[in-house]
Design a protein around this ligand. Structure first.
Ligand code: BG6
Ligand code: MG
Length: 218
């Protein structure tokens, strides 16, 4: 086994479900008469469903009981899942499948580190379940990113030191979570969008695991 492992965020890194999260939240916010923009949506990336809703309530200057919050979170998830129903294998972001296959061939251990409770459903739809050695998702963690729990659990399940793990992330909260866990983080966006990352890629198309190892001097 290779000493370095890769931990992947799901939404926005492996598949562009971030846009479906946005559409579902936008519809819900409209129903509640809360203005919600694509810029506001950046704050929701990586954070749990409930915390996302709490951010939307904060934007609208609103408060709700726990029961009401649960009602709206379920409503959002049902809406989100209607978008997921039509998700196709082909929607895996360009190069991701190749990259995972190449990591497997190079004996680089891989994990999913996602806040989503829909992760298994999405990975099944994309036919990616078998290409990840370990799946840590929203059903297994209690503290949302930027808490490092999800990535630390990933490292532990891979039997790796956190310092030997490289995280791929598209969110502020995810980059911070990786750093708080003692891991390097590759921003899957432009440098301007996530300046705190250690290195940046715009996607996995044409990229090989060795390229990442070289970037971080491994
Ligand atoms: C993260 C997304 O991956 O999962 C967040 O970036 C989302 O936007 C979170 O809120 C929880 O997802 P789910 O599928 O459990 O609602
Ligand atoms: Mg993400």
């Amino acid at each position: 086994m290779n000493k370095t492992g890769f931990i992947f965020d799901l939404d926005g890194v492996i598949v562009d479900t971030a846009k479906y999260h946005y559409l579902a939240w936008k519809e819900l916010a409209a129903e509640l008469n809360i203005p919600f923009t694509i810029e506001d949506n950046e704050r929701l990336k990586g954070v749990s469903r409930l915390q996302s809703f709490e951010i939307i309530l904060e934007i609208g200057g609103r408060t709700m009981s726990d029961e009401e919050k649960e009602y709206y979170c379920t409503k959002k998830n049902n809406l989100y899942k209607t978008f997921l129903e039509t998700l196709k294998k082909e929607e895996v972001l360009p190069g991701v499948r190749n990259f995972l296959e190449a990591a497997r061939a190079a004996k680089i251990p891989t994990a999913l580190g996602s806040a989503s409770k829909n992760a298994a459903f999405i990975l099944e739809k994309l036919d990616l379940m078998d290409l990840l050695d370990v799946i840590i998702d929203g059903t297994l963690v209690s503290a949302a990113k930027p808490d490092p729990e999800v990535f630390l659990k990933g490292a532990e399940a891979l039997s790796l030191d956190p310092a030997d793990c490289i995280v791929f992330e598209d969110s502020f909260s995810g980059i911070e979570a990786a750093h708080r866990g003692g891991m390097k983080a590759i921003g899957v966006v432009t440098k301007e969008n996530l300046p705190e990352a250690d290195e940046w890629i715009t996607g996995f198309d044409g990229l090989m695991p060795e390229d990442i190892l070289k970037m971080l001097d491994r």
